[in-house]
Design a protein around this ligand. Sequence first.
Ligand code: TYD
Ligand code: MG
Length: 446
Amino acid sequence: MPRPKILYQCQGCGYASPKWLGKCPDCGGWNSFVEEERVTKLKSQKTAQPVVLSEIAPSTGTRFSTGIRELDRTLGGGVVMGSVVLIGGDPGIGKSTIILQALRGLAELGKVLYVSGEESPEQVKLRAERLQISSDKIILLPETSLEGIISVAREIDPQVIVIDSIQTIFSLELPSAPGSVGQIRECATKLMFHAKKHGVPLFIIGHVTKEGAIAGPKVLEHIVDTVLYFEGDKGNPFRILRAVKNRFGSTNEIGVFEMQESGLMEVDNPSQLFLSERPLNVPGSVVTVSIEGTRPLLVEIQALVTASNFGVPRRTALGVDYNRINLLIAVLDKRLGMQLGGMDIFVNVVGGLKIEEPAIDMGIIAAIASSFKNNTIEATTFTFGEIGLSGEVRGISQAETRIKEAVKLGFTKGIVPVNNVQTLEGHDMEIIGVKNVEEAVEILFY
Ligand code: TYD
Ligand code: MG
C-alpha cells in the first residue's frame, strides 16, 4: 500500500508545502502550518456536453422568500434553488439567530434540515422559543460527521439544509482535525455537491477568525455562490448583513437589523435609524449619503480633533479606511493650511457601519474641519463627493438617488460636486456645487 502523501498547509490562506514552515511565504502568517493528507484528484465520471449559447433555455430563476425582507434583499431577491450561501461573522453576532428565523419562512417549502454541530437540540429549542418559532417541518440534527449528515440528508430529503457551523464538521476520510483548511474545504465541497445534485439551497455558517477572514478562510469563498457577512459591534444592537460575493445578485447589498429580546428585527428605514441619535448643532458632526448596494443611506460622520499630548499624534478611523483619513488630513493641511500636524484626530461612522465608498470623502473633510474650527454645520445640510489629492471635488455616481433620500428625510441644503449639479435639477432643496475643498469649507462655514 502506498504511503499516504502528507503535506503541510497554511490555515490562513491554504498555501501548501511539502515540509513544515514557521512562516507562510504567501500570507505571512506565523505558525499556521498544519499537517494534511494530500487529497487525490477527483475523477469525473461523465464529460459534459458542449451547448450552443443561444439554445440554452433561460433559467426560470426560481427564488424563494425567507420571510425576512432584508435577508431576501441581500441574497438578491430570495434564495435560489441549489445555491450555496456562506454566512460569516464574529461569534455571538447573530448568525444562528438569523438562520433560525429564516427557517421559519423556508419551512413553508417543506422539510428543512438544521445541522447543529455547536449546540444541543435543547439549546436550539430554547432559542426557537425565544424567537417564537415552532414548526414540525424544522428537523434538528446534532451531528458533526460529514458522512452522517449526508446520509441523513439523503434519507429525509429536506428542501433546505443549514450547517451551523462548518468549523465543527469533519470528514472521517481525512486525518486532520475539524476546522482545518483541508476539512473545511472537503466538507463544504461534498455538501455543495449534494445541494447542487438535489437542487436544495445550502446555508453554511462560518466563524470569523481574529484577522477578519472567514475561517477555513478564503478557501470557502471560492466554493460558495454567495458570501454574506455580518457586521456590527457587540455594544450596539444594529447588525448589518452585507453581500460580499453574490453569483445571483448585486454585491455590497446590505440588510439592516436590530437585535432585540425576541430576535433580529428588520429595519425598514435605516437612514432614519442611523440619524436618530444625532446631536444637532454640535461641531464635528455632519451627514453624508452613501450608496450600499442599491440603496442610499444617510449616515452621520463624527470627527474629534484635539491637541496631541505626545510627539506622534494619534489618528483613529472607525468605519472608514485609515489610509483614506490620513490622505484627507494631508489635503486639508496642504490646501487649507489647517495645522493638523500636532492634533489627535478621531473619525467615526455612527451606528457601526463600515463604508468604503469615496463619495463620503466630503463628509469626512467637513467633519474634521468642523471639529477643528469648533464651528457647527447646519443640521439640515448634507454633503457628498470624492476628493482628489489636489483638493478637487470629483463627481460621483448616482447623485440623484442620494438627493432623493436626503429630501425624504427633510434635508434642505446639499453641498455636492459641481460636476453633479446639472443632473440634480428640480428637487425641493438648495443644491450648491463646489469645485474644490477651499470652496466647500467656505460654503459650509460661510
Ligand atoms: P447567536 O445567533 O447565537 O450568535 P452566533 O450564532 O453568531 O454565534 O446570537 C447570540 C447573541 O444574540 C447572544 O449574545 C444573545 C443575543 N440574542 C438576543 O439578543 N435576542 C435574541 O432573541 C436571541 C436569540 C439572541
Ligand atoms: Mg451560533
